[in-house]
Design a protein around this ligand. Structure first.
Ligand code: NI
Length: 256
């Protein structure tokens, strides 16, 4: 039984065969997933999927790459959606210094506003971080994000920052890169994170794990990620699956 904590089944890559993808996920033992919406198109689709399927939950937030497009209207929209019974987190939000569509100061402001909203509505947050770990940790500390905690999504930095994240009540989520041959950082992190703070995710359609690397990713492949992490931690696949599923249900407050 697996919990894929970060999927984008709400994007057009899955328009042709969404139901088949869901069926393959079920066959692979994926019992729960969180569909993450991040803009005007993907947020309503995430909500729609969560309403249609018992085992699907939604997260809503504004992506840092598009921070420049977020006005008071979008923030109010996120607040309204946070009341939806299937919305279990806000995000993804954060900082992305790889792309320059939105200037850094605007990204930071939009990030802070969403953290404040999460504290107001009492939901955990999902962090997108690209080449910005130091600034992210600093903002999370300044905004006292510890109050809600959340997920460092597709964590891709050294173990050095893991302790700061744990102290702020964050979980560390690992995806496809942990299976890549020369990816030493996520492998070290996979061994380092305490059992009760580890999560797994595909971030599909992106970042497919080995041996599917380069292809479209899908939730069924979270199995490959779980196998790799179990091997690195020298525990059974069942133990790893159970632990990460339990962690995700605790964080998202899913009861069944
Ligand atoms: Ni994502």
């Amino acid at each position: 039984m697996l919990f894929d904590t970060h999927v984008h089944l709400n994007v057009s890559h899955f328009d042709e065969d969404r139901e088949e993808v869901l069926a393959r996920a079920e066959q692979a033992g994926v019992k729960y997933m969180v569909v993450v919406g991040f803009d005007h198109e993907t947020i309503p689709k995430a909500i729609e999927m969560a309403e249609q399927h018992n085992h699907i939950y939604a997260a809503v937030g504004w992506h840092p790459v598009d921070a420049i497009d977020m006005t008071a209207k979008e923030l109010a929209w996120l607040e309204e959606l946070s009341n939806h019974p299937k919305v279990v987190a806000l995000g993804e939000m954060g900082l992305d210094y790889h792309w320059d569509k939105s200037p850094k100061d605007i990204q930071k402001e939009v990030f802070r506003k969403q953290i404040r909203l999460a504290k107001k509505v009492k939901l955990p947050i999902i962090i997108h971080n690209r080449e910005a770990t130091e600034d992210i940790v600093e903002i999370l500390q300044e905004e006292d994000a510890k109050e809600v905690g959340g997920i460092m999504h597709c964590y891709n930095d050294s173990v050095e920052y893991v302790d700061s994240c744990l102290e702020m009540n964050f979980y560390i989520s690992l995806g496809g890169p942990v299976t890549f041959k020369n990816a030493n950082l996520p492998k070290e992190v996979a061994k380092y994170v305490p059992a009760d703070r580890l999560l797994i995710e595909t971030d599909c359609p992106f970042l497919a794990p080995h041996p599917k690397r380069g292809k479209r990713n899908e939730p069924a492949y979270v199995q490959l990620i779980a196998e790799q992490i179990a091997a690195l931690r020298d525990i059974s696949y069942d133990e790893l699956s159970q632990q990460t599923t339990k962690n995700a249900k605790r964080l998202f407050q899913i009861q069944d």
